[in-house]
Structure formats: C-alpha cells, structure tokens
Design a protein around this ligand. Sequence first.
Ligand code: AHM
Ligand code: MG
Length: 345
Amino acid sequence: MSQYTSFYKFISEEQRERPFSGGKLTGLLLEVISACKKIAFLTGQGQLAGQAVGAAETENVQGEQQKKLDILSNELFIESTQWCGYLAGMASEEMDNSLSVPDIYPRGKYLITFDPLDGSSNIDINVSVGTIFSILELPQGVDKPTDKDFLQQGIKQVCAGYCLYGTSTMLVLTTGNGVNGFTLDPGTGDFFLTMPDIKLPKETNEYSINQSYSRHWEPPVQRYVDECLAGVEGPLEKNYNMRWVASMVADVHRLLCRGGIFMYPMDARLAAKGDAGKLRLLYEANPMSFIVEQAGGVASTGRERIMEIRPNALHQRVPVIMGSQVEVDRVVSYHDGTTPIAVAG
Ligand code: AHM
Ligand code: MG
C-alpha cells in the first residue's frame, strides 16, 4: 500500500493547509470512519451475522420497515462518535428526533446528520449498501442542540461523505475543496487515497432511475427518459445506457466514477402520500449534492438547487436530479414553467 497516501496523512496535510478547524474536524472524521469500518465489518458478515440479518419489528418515523442492520448500524454510529468531544448532536434517518450528546461527554462545535445504512432493500440480497453523512456547525449560542438547529441549508455543510460497502469498501469525502476517494485495506484496516480529485465528466450517456415508476413521474422527467430511450434516432442523437442499483450510495458512486445522471424525481404516488420526493434532504440529498457539486456536477430538484433549500423539517424529502452538468441542466430546462405536482395534505 506504500504507493498510496493513507487517509490519516491526507487529512492531516489538508488540515495543515487550512488550519481554521484546529484539528477538530479531523478528530471527528476519524471517529466517523471508525464507525464506518465497524458497519463494513457487520455488513460483510452477511448471513453469518445471524441475528443481524432480516427485518426488524419496527418502522422508522417515515413509516418504513426497518431492517435489523439499519438499527444496529445506527447504534454503532452513535456509540462510535458521541464520546469524542467534537460533536454537539446528531440526527439520523432512523431516529424520530435529533439527539444531543449526553451530559457525561464533552460537547463540541459540530452537528452530524447521517443515514447509517442506505439502500436497505439490498441488505438481504448481498448488493451494495452504504453510509451517508453530513457535518454542520452548531449555531452560535447553542449548547444542547434540538431539531431546529439541524435545519440548515446544504450550502452550510462543512463536510459530506459516504462509505460504500461494495466489492471493496470505499470512503468518498469533501470538505469543500474537491472530492477524494479512499479504499479500505482490509489487512491493515486503513483507508488509502485511490481516487484523488474526482471530477465528473460534463456529458454522459448513462442514466439511473427506477423506471418502473415512469407512469407516476412529472412530464419533464418522462420527456427526458423518453428521449434517452429513443437513442441515436431521437432528439438527443445518442444511445443511452441505464443502471439502477437502488442504493443511492452505489448509484452516485458509479456516476462519480464514469459520469451519469441519477434521478429520484417527484412523482404523483409520493405526492398523494404528502411527500415531495422519497430521498431525505438532510441525510441523503444535501450530502450527495455537496459531493456532486464539488466534483463539477449539478444537483437540483428540477426547480431549485438542492443545497439552497431552507429545510423545514428534520425528515423532509425532496426530488433529486444530480450528476453530469449537461444532462442535469437539460432536465432542469424541461421543468421551466411547468406546474409542480401538488403535494397532498
Ligand atoms: P433507504 O434509506 O430506506 O435505504 O431508502 C433510500 C434508497 C436509496 O438508496 C435508493 O436510491 C432508493 O431508496 C431506492 O428506492 P426504490 O426501491 O423505490 O427504487
Ligand atoms: Mg437512505
């Protein structure tokens, strides 16, 4: 591994160049990574983990059935990070409300939001899953954060990242200074820089969407996908490829590797349930948007930049259209002047 820079060396050097964080962000990231390594080990055990596999008897606040690994990963993430002294509070896709760091531990200047195990439908079938996280600053004058302190625009993120538990375990991270990818060496337990300065190609011929929902989409998304399907004979004059892993981490990782457009758009079925999309702004859309934008891509709901949305609820959902600039701009232009589907309730 000696030809690769270790994560610790990389982040220490970055910290020396940008000394404002005083090492606190580095300290927090090391604990986040330790949590991800434990989750990687747990997911890697598969059926051998016995009790860890299968459905739990609980639903999360959004009414989705939780898997045992969702709950275990959530607990692991909290246990690994809450004591470190750099965090004041955390909010997770798997918890109804945010959690302030207990009084027995020192509270620091950062908040973290996370999806401990994204892509839950893939857990039991040995397909890639991942952890997504977003780091924010604790608002001035707050000691014990409550839900409202987490309702910050994505542009306020200090750091965002994901860990992909795939054929190898990879950490992809931005602190607002480009995007870098690290691969876990299972032998030493260290991450090494294997994808420095990731850049998304501006154009692509690969799209990613759950096409079985097409009858529920808004006309601008239907139009774009119809044009992709028309291939070289259609208005876009090129053939497209389609991929859908159903783990956002894996689908976004693919587009960072070779370009593409990822969409989980608004649809009539979600609107009828009172949701503005499926993916959660604070745990999924914002951190992935920060990463995609830092890699030179674009992230939009179709009508606004995701990172400029002012959150109004911890578990708020939004439509997501992100990836290579030319394709995302095209889909956004198809939304111009169209009336959004009205959300029920
Ligand atoms: P989860 O956080 O409960 O796993 O849900 C989010 C996941 C994303 O990773 C993925 O893009 C999407 O749900 C897949 O949804 P669908 O099964 O509707 O295609
Ligand atoms: Mg998720």
